[in-house]
Design a protein around this ligand. Structure first.
Ligand code: ADP
Ligand code: MG
Ligand code: MG
Length: 875
């Protein structure tokens, strides 16, 4: 017979998968001999079984629960359901990974109309007994029966007001009896039955409620955000109650062994006298700092500090502890590794290494790579933030805090930026034409679009704060005004955005710059020591490149050349090229672009100082460049000697039904070889010149995008080689260069061995590869993915987290085929996944040479790569 239930004394810390984090730690603390109210844990497997049995707890499991309850009765010397001296329990959820707020705890379970009288007599404290019962009714109704809290809060407030009581603690026993009567009446009214009086029924209903809570919407969202699989399930802990609400020598509190916001050494926490459970966090009364306990109850404080230190040394990590004092006697109710801010995590990791408690490897493994993002961006000054007024919130699309004046067009934003103003660009949604305005902005706010919308992706790349998809905004871009949260904001008004939380504030809130030295630098040094995967960056400008190099990038894995063409002095020329009818006219237009493109490449090579750069040739569908603004159309028409109508007609011809699968990528170079010729000339000339001027050892890497067939690659490659050789000859240079391709079309992955005959390197373009493999586009997925999460078809966004079972197979297969054909082929990944820790781990496992990600994610990738290497070496 399977074992579904464990007494605390039967478990240990390493049984987290089975007992959940809370249960495993309660067991561990029991075995350490600490003062823990005893109890038992119903396992996570029982939760899975509950779902597999059609949301039913089987008789076998129920029997084991009641057997454990009998054992608990023996340990406590009290009987569950006794009318004189009842054993009361709490019912607490506890998953493997802590999921705060998943389910509320039920306290004082086991009371009923009769037992509460006995309890009052036995404790000699009727006020306390009735208070416990009314709390139980309230929690049970809320958590198990899902009745709205407001009914109960309303009743309590009414009676408090009637009695002139300021706090709950001011109510007398008789007042509380009145509360109970009213609570039971409302329960009967809303539920159509009496409040359950049988403690065993109460218990089984509570256990079921915990199991159910695993699948409530809050929990599902939390799991998706934190990569927690849906099939883990939660355990249930049933624990004997201790009471912090028995008077002035009782209390309850929470404490951390180190400061969770800064990481500073020393105990940090709060407690409340004469209180139970969540009173501390509920903010009803103001808690006291934990250090006050030393004055109020010196004995308790001493014992508390001893145990806190013992726990930190035992777990070798900062602990987050919950405790209760019942009439001067201290109990611990929970301990776990405490959640902490990113700065605190870094501080604590370094301190623990210095204190000799953990190794550098352990320090690396414990850090949450994703959270490093917080460290690299400006944050709000905490004092200034407190005074700020939140007027709305939406998706936290790109982290960082920003404050500035509102502008509604990219041009206005750019001009304001040039005047030296701090800018928040507010748009319905952004498009590639907005690039310059986005660059000029400190923060970007959009009405439409999800976490992977254009605004979000570009903002993350640039490291600019972005809040996206704020549907509550009523915007009038023409009139340059928007309304949100009852406020009207016009051009030039200040607002502030927190791209890490998605909050939007009124006014100009002071921000503080990030610093990347000190402990952060130490952690990065350790990471570099352990990792084998190289980390490059995706960068298109010298400024982004310099930033990425500062953050540790070892080269550029993806330089998107199209971004270089959007600037005001260049876009007319590329437009002319696109709309020209003859090769000669196109070549003439392209020749005007060569100096710009070459200057860009030179500047990049200079910043890179010899580090490698992969240049991707023109990739997007051409219509992204064509003008829509009547003024732009007119200017272009004049320049080309055409009428505006003729220009418009030509633009319309470029319309495609499905541009993502249309005339783009290497198809552009096949139809217009002159584009590839121009780009090759620019790259090779730039490389030769910088090599000669600065003496860097430069080997250009030229990347042909969107290849699906070897002959297609060969066709473009021949053009590149021919041009490169001609340039070399003109310049008398013997520079080497490599030509490779992106693997981003499933067919290319399937035929990677053939493609590797021509390609010297592969870079997995997992954005396109994901969209072509799934058959839905990144820009449209936001419209339906939520339904897929709800229906449990997908658990996460495949554009944010690499789909290892599907897309990952293509990557793995192509890597193997590529290596089989060409042993020294260089393999990398570019695209959003390059900065996602779980995807980085995957890249390490399949043996890629490098990952490439946006500049601000470089440290995340370095840490994640180190974690992958250390984890592997420990297997
Ligand atoms: P969460 O996971 O939300 O922190 P817990 O299960 O830890 O929920 O319970 C919340 C609070 O309820 C605890 O901090 C503690 O104050 C109180 N509590 C839980 N079990 C008991 C108990 N057996 N005796 C006294 N208080 C308890
Ligand atoms: Mg807790
Ligand atoms: Mg692509």
């Amino acid at each position: 017979m399977a074992k579904w239930v464990y007494l605390f004394k039967e478990g240990k810390a390493d049984m987290k998968n089975l007992l959940g984090g809370k249960g495993a730690n309660l067991a561990e603390m029991t075995n350490l001999g600490l003062p823990i109210p005893q109890g038992f844990t119903v396992t996570t497997e029982a939760c899975t079984d509950y779902y597999n049995s059609g949301k039913r707890i089987t008789d076998e499991i129920q029997t084991q629960i009641f057997d454990a309850l009998s054992e608990l009765e023996k340990i406590q010397g009290k009987k569950f359901g006794d009318t004189q001296d009842p054993l009361l329990v709490s019912v607490r959820s506890g998953a493997r990974a802590s999921m705060p707020g998943m389910m509320d705890t039920i306290l004082n379970l086991g009371l009923n109309d009769v037992a509460v009288e006995g309890f009052a007599q036995k404790t000699g404290n009727p006020r306390f007994a009735y208070d416990s019962y009314r709390r139980f009714i309230q929690m049970f109704s809320d958590v198990v029966m899902e009745m709205s809290k407001t009914f109960f809060e309303g009743i309590l407030d009414e009676i408090k007001e009637a009695k002139g009581a300021k706090f709950d603690t001011d109510l007398t026993a008789d007042d509380l009896k009145e509360v109970i009567a009213k609570y039971k009446a409302i329960y009967q009214e809303k539920m159509g039955e009496e409040f359950p009086q049988d403690p065993k029924v109460q218990l089984m209903e509570a256990v079921k409620a915990v199991f159910r809570s695993w699948d409530n919407p809050r929990a599902i969202v939390y799991r998706r955000m934190n990569d927690i699989p849906g099939d883990w399930g939660t355990a249930v802990n049933v624990q004997a109650m201790v009471f912090g609400n028995m008077g002035n020598t009782s209390g309850t509190g929470v404490a951390f062994t180190r400061n969770p916001s800064t990481g500073a050494k020393g105990i940090y926490g709060e407690y409340l006298i004469n209180a139970q459970g969540e009173d501390v966090v509920a903010g009803i009364r103001t808690p006291l700092p934990i250090t006050r306990l030393e004055e109020d109850m010196p004995e308790c404080y001493k014992e508390f500090m001893e145990i806190a230190n013992k726990l930190e040394n035992h777990y070798r990590d900062m602990q987050d502890m919950e405790f209760t004092i019942q009439e001067g006697k201290l109990y611990f109710l929970q301990t776990r590794s405490g959640k902490r801010t990113a700065p605190a995590a870094i501080q604590i990791a370094c301190d623990l290494v210095d204190e000799g408690k953990i190794t550098e490897e352990e320090a690396i493994l414990r850090l949450d790579a994703k959270s490093l993002d917080q460290l690299l961006h400006p944050t709000f000054d905490p004092a200034a933030l407190k005074a700020g007024e939140v007027i709305g919130s939406a998706l936290p699309a790109s982290p960082g805090a920003a404050a500035g004046k509102v502008y509604f067009t990219a041009d206005d934003a750019k001009e304001a930026g040039e005047r030296g103003e701090r800018v928040i660009l507010v748009r319905l949604e952004t498009s590639p034409e907005d690039i310059e305005g986005m660059h000029a902005a400190q923060g970007i706010l959009t009405v439409r679009g999800g976490m992977t919308s254009h605004a979000a992706v570009v903002a993350r790349g640039m490291g600019t704060a972005c809040v996206s998809g704020c549907g509550e905004i009523k915007i009038n871009e023409e009139a340059k005004v928007f309304e949100l949260g009852g406020h009207k904001i016009v051009e030039g008004d200040y607002i502030s955005l927190d791209g890490s939380t998605g909050k939007i504030y009124l006014g100009d809130i002071k921000t503080v710059e990030a610093s990347v030295g000190g402990n952060f630098g130490r952690i990065m040094e350790w990471a570099d020591k352990f990792r084998t995967l190289k980390v490059r960056t995706n960068a298109d400008t010298p400024a982004d490149t310099a930033n990425a190099v500062k953050l540790g990038a070892e080269g550029i894995g993806l330089c998107r050349t199209e971004h270089m063409f959007f600037e005001a002095d260049r876009i007319p020329k590329i437009r002319k090229m696109i709309l020209s009818d003859t090769v000669e006219a196109r070549e003439a237009a392209l020749n005007e672009l060569i100096p710009f493109q070459k200057a860009d490449f030179k500047a990049m090579y200079e910043v890179l100082e010899g580090k490698p750069m992969t240049v991707r040739y023109l990739d997007p569908p051409l219509h992204e460049f064509v003008p829509t603004d009547p003024e732009d159309i007119k200017a272009l028409a004049d320049d080309m000697g055409l009428t505006p109508e003729q220009v418009k007609a030509k633009c319309d011809e470029l319309h495609e039904f499905n541009p993502m699968m249309g005339h783009r990528g290497c198809r552009l170079a096949v139809t217009y070889p002159e584009i590839a010729r121009m780009q090759t000339r620019a790259v090779i000339e730039a490389a030769i010149e910088v090599k000669e001027e600065k003496g860097y050892d430069i080997v250009p890497e030229i990347m042909i995008p969107l290849v699906g067939e070897k002959k297609e690659l060969k066709f473009v490659k021949d053009i590149v080689v021919e041009t490169a050789e001609a340039v070399k000859k003109e310049k008398g240079s013997d520079i080497e260069y490599h030509i490779g391709t992106m693997i981003e079309i499933p067919r290319a992955a399937l035929l990677a061995n053939e493609i590797a005959e021509e390609a010297e390197f592969f870079s997995f373009g997992t954005n396109d590869l994901t969209q072509m493999t799934f058959g839905f586009s990144r820009d449209d997925a936001g419209k339906f993915l939520d339904s897929y999460y709800k229906a449990k078809i997908y658990e996460s966004d495949p554009f944010a987290r690499l789909d290892q079972s599907g897309v990952g197979q293509l990557v793995k297969m192509a890597a193997e085929k590529g290596r089989a054909q060409r042993a020294d082929i260089k393999l990398g990944i570019c695209g959003e996944h390059g900065g996602d820790p779980s995807s980085v781990e995957f890249c390490h496992k399949v043996g890629l040479n490098y990952v490439s990600c946006s500049p601000f994610r470089v440290p995340i990738a370095r840490l994640a790569a180190a974690q992958a290497a250390i984890a592997e070496s420990r297997q």
